[in-house]
Design a protein around this ligand. Structure first.
Ligand code: PMP
Length: 418
């Protein structure tokens, strides 16, 4: 049968990261819901790990994609100038860049977040003529060797041995508790030859560490690190692969912090529809790659341009969208506050609509997720020990569905802790 579940055991590598224990074969999805082959419905609080910020199969994107294909629209355009690319670039310029006074150029990279990070680091090295990179504890930037070198948690190295050299991982905001300002520490280390840290080409970080446990940097810390990058002649790279596209409450995770990065990496939800596409935004003066210096056969997915343009126009040209996000954030926060009261020592984590609760142990977090799955909620963990139950519901989840999902989560926490 096409949904024979035993084929997974027989044929699929066991190297899955997400949803390892979810014993169902999924068949359909719409909005914030998935349906398995037996017709059971699940609320999706994983949403492709923030690749589906606008939900599954948004009807407008779906229609546009079907029309594009049925009209023999180009499927693979590589670096050609195409109509769909022009429309996406114009929408991004009009609704995202201009209102934020950003003048960045878009460079499409290979289709993964990791490739955008590779491109960003390479470009920073080319522009500055330096090789060293500063990244942070618990940061996650992807699993290709360069991005992996910048990634904090050695768990992701997968037996590949020591990471590529030339990356100094510094303590992220809050790593030393509230009394130590790790931005001051960074400044001191960079200014002191005895630290052995060479002048960096780039400082790269996420403003909320998605995989690293939903640690949210304070605006002050972000501003300080941006100023340090500038003072030391390093490019500031903000990795918005996970926190971008509205996940942190605004289109860019940094836009309310008064910083403008030299490079922004984006992937996951940028296509709007779950199609693979990644890019980096580059200040024009740093747009220095020559032909073939960072090419890739699948950069700039033409189908993704169709849906990405709609995601920008449908959601980000709508002035009420951000208010809706704020309302959903309040709902999530009140649900999580109730949950954290059930678990002694639990801590709320995250920012915007990337929120979670640190329940203190990976085993408990896994038990909660398994129980939630039995009751129809798909939810995953994050953090160095998978101890944070993490909510990444589509930003478009109706309030009623959001509350329903939170209730399932609450029941799961109650069932596993009492
Ligand atoms: N950067 C961040 C912040 C991410 O969260 C991820 C993916 N979890 C990546 C980079 C890598 O993206 P991809 O999996 O598409 O390579």
């Amino acid at each position: 049968s096409p949904s024979d579940p035993t084929v997974f055991q027989r044929r699929e590598s066991e190297a899955r990261s997400y949803c390892r224990g979810f014993d169902a074969v999924f068949a359909q999805a719409a909005g914030s819901e998935l349906i398995d082959a037996e017709g059971n419905r699940y609320i999706d609080f994983l949403a492709g790990c923030s690749s589906l910020n606008y939900g599954h199969n948004d009807p407008d994107m779906k229609t546009a994609l079907i029309e594009h294909i049925s009209g023999d629209g180009i499927a693979h355009g590589l670096d050609l100038h195409t109509e769909v690319k022009a429309r996406f670039l114009s929408a991004f310029e009009t609704h995202i860049l201009k209102p934020r006074n950003m003048d960045h150029r878009l460079m499409f990279t290979g289709p993964t977040g990791a490739n955008a990070v590779e491109a960003a680091i390479k470009l920073a090295r080319k522009v500055t003529g330096r090789t060293n990179v500063i990244s942070f504890t618990n940061g996650f930037h992807g699993v290709t060797l360069g991005a992996l070198a910048a990634t904090g948690n050695s768990y992701h190295r997968g037996g590949a041995g020591i990471p590529l050299s030339g990356v100094a991982r510094m303590p992220y905001d809050g790593y030393m508790g509230s009394k130590v300002d790790t931005a001051d520490l960074l400044e001191k280390m960079l200014s002191d030859p005895s630290s052995g840290i060479d002048a960096p080409a780039a400082i790269i970080f996420e403003t909320v560490q998605g995989e690293g446990g939903l640690n949210a940097a304070s605006p002050e810390w972000v501003r300080k690190v941006a100023a340090i990058a500038k003072a030391h002649g390093a490019l500031l790279i903000i990795d918005d692969v996970q926190a971008g596209c509205g996940r942190a409450g605004s289109f860019f995770s940094f836009e309310d912090f008064g910083v403008v990065p030299d490079i922004v990496t984006m992937a996951k939800s940028i296509s709007g529809f779950g199609l693979p596409m990644a890019l980096m935004l580059v200040r024009p003066e740093h747009d220095k790659f020559g032909p073939a210096e960072h090419n890739g056969t699948f950069r700039g997915n033409t189908h993704a341009f169709v849906t990405a343009r709609i995601s920008i126009e449908k959601f980000w040209a709508d002035e009420t969208f951000q208010d809706q996000l704020a309302q959903k954030e309040r709902i999530i926060l009140s649900g999580l506050a109730a949950i954290s009261e059930m678990v002694p020592g639990a801590r709320l984590k995250g920012r915007g609509l990337m929120r979670g609760v640190d329940v203190g142990s990976g085993d408990l977090a896994a038990a909660i997720c398994a129980r939630a799955f039995d009751n129809g909620l798909i939810i995953e963990t994050s953090g160095p020990n998978d101890e944070v139950v993490k909510i990444l519901a589509p930003l478009t989840t109706p309030d009623t569905v959001l509350r329903k999902g939170l209730n399932i989560l609450m029941d799961a926490v109650r069932d596993t802790t009492t």
